[in-house]
Design a binder for this molecule. Structure first.
Ligand code: UDP
Ligand code: MG
Length: 317
């Protein structure tokens, strides 16, 4: 296999404190890999400004002026990290490259692991996924919610490995496959795992954030998880049907039992408490199930509208 031209894509949302040092650290990695003849000299970095409100974009433009190996794209507003990644993957496929690695702007992922990604690529893998060695740099909430999410996904049938991340290499072939998937709410971690391309795993260390604060909060993590689940599994819908069936069966049996007691022993079950408990249990279950169905209806609604995934404002190639 010939030496690849590598593109590194970085989603950036209000990362003015990180970008410059991140880019220069990545160029050190580039230099090392070019010297070792592992990547081509025209490899480049592609930064996606996800509607930042700070000076992120002017820094990107400045870096581009100094060195044309820095390219960039500005969204007209914030679309979230998944959309920024998708935009990066699509854009570098248009610009041209043999493989692409996505990494975070805060460089929490060990950038030197890129060498291992390239080695796997040279062995013929189309996807190389980064697996975090641990989650010590995450808050307790994030750690436990991540474990819960991956467990749920696995139970529901989308077998995504634990501690998966968006630190991954995708080959040109992988990018071309992705182009054929038009769904708007593409969930990359699930997609690249499921699509069936030859996949390898690389373990890497996670560092604390270099500067600034995490751009994810409870709401955005929940939205990401719900999108991941509803775009990859219909098991929750089946679960609802089964649950409904057994609840109805139970209700029917209890009804028969009450009638029998009344006729044979003249005993009627005692009132208020039973009624309230049953109302709460059944009412709650129904609302919960409606909520799950609602998530899927929402997913269909978004896909049917077929709005563009994102709108580009400015692109520097
Ligand atoms: N990010 C983005 N859009 C958003 C939120 C985050 O492009 O709406 C980017 C962010 O700039 C960073 C990456 O996604 O490059 C991961 O975000 P962060 O480091 O804040 O997440 P954490 O490491 O806390 O999971
Ligand atoms: Mg981070």
């Amino acid at each position: 296999m010939k030496i690849p031209q590598l593109a590194v894509i970085i989603p950036c949302y209000n990362e003015e404190l990180c970008i410059e040092s991140t880019v220069s650290k990545l160029f050190e990695v580039f230099k090392y890999l070019i010297d070792k003849n592992k990547i081509k000299a025209d490899s480049y970095i592609y930064l996606i400004d996800d509607g930042s409100t700070d000076s992120t974009w002017s820094i990107i433009a400045q870096l581009h002026n100094n060195d044309s190996r820095v390219k960039g794209l500005k969204f007209i507003r914030n679309y979230g990290n998944q959309k920024a990644l998708i935009a990066g993957l699509e854009s570098v496929n248009q610009i041209g490259c043999d493989c692409v690695v996505s990494i975070d702007a805060d460089l929490q992922q060990d950038e030197w692991a890129i060498e291992k990604f390239i080695d796997k690529y040279m062995e013929g893998y189309d996807i190389v996924s980064g697996i975090r060695n641990d989650r010590n740099t995450d808050s307790f909430f994030k750690r436990s919610s991540a474990i819960l999410f991956y467990r749920t996904m696995n139970i529901l049938g989308a077998k995504i490995p634990m501690n998966h991340s968006d630190y991954r290499l995708v080959s040109k072939r992988g990018l071309n496959v992705m182009e054929q998937y038009h769904e708007k709410a593409l969930f990359l971690r699930g997609f690249f795992h499921e699509v069936g391309l030859k996949t390898a795993y690389v373990h890497f260390d996670v560092k604390p954030r270099a500067a600034g604060v995490s751009k994810f909060n409870f709401m955005s993590l929940t939205a990401l998880a719900l999108n991941g689940i509803t775009s990859f599994s219909v098991v929750p819908l089946r679960f609802i049907a089964v649950l409904g069936f057994f609840m109805a069966l139970f209700g029917f049996a209890a009804g028969v039992e009450a009638v029998v007691e009344k006729l044979l022993y003249n005993n009627s079950p005692n009132g208020m408490a039973t009624t309230i408990i049953l109302l709460c249990v059944f009412g709650g279950t129904q609302l919960f199930c409606l909520g799950i169905i609602g998530e899927y209806v929402g997913q269909v609604y978004r896909e049917v509208k077929a709005r563009p995934r994102y709108i580009k404002d400015i692109e520097l190639k």
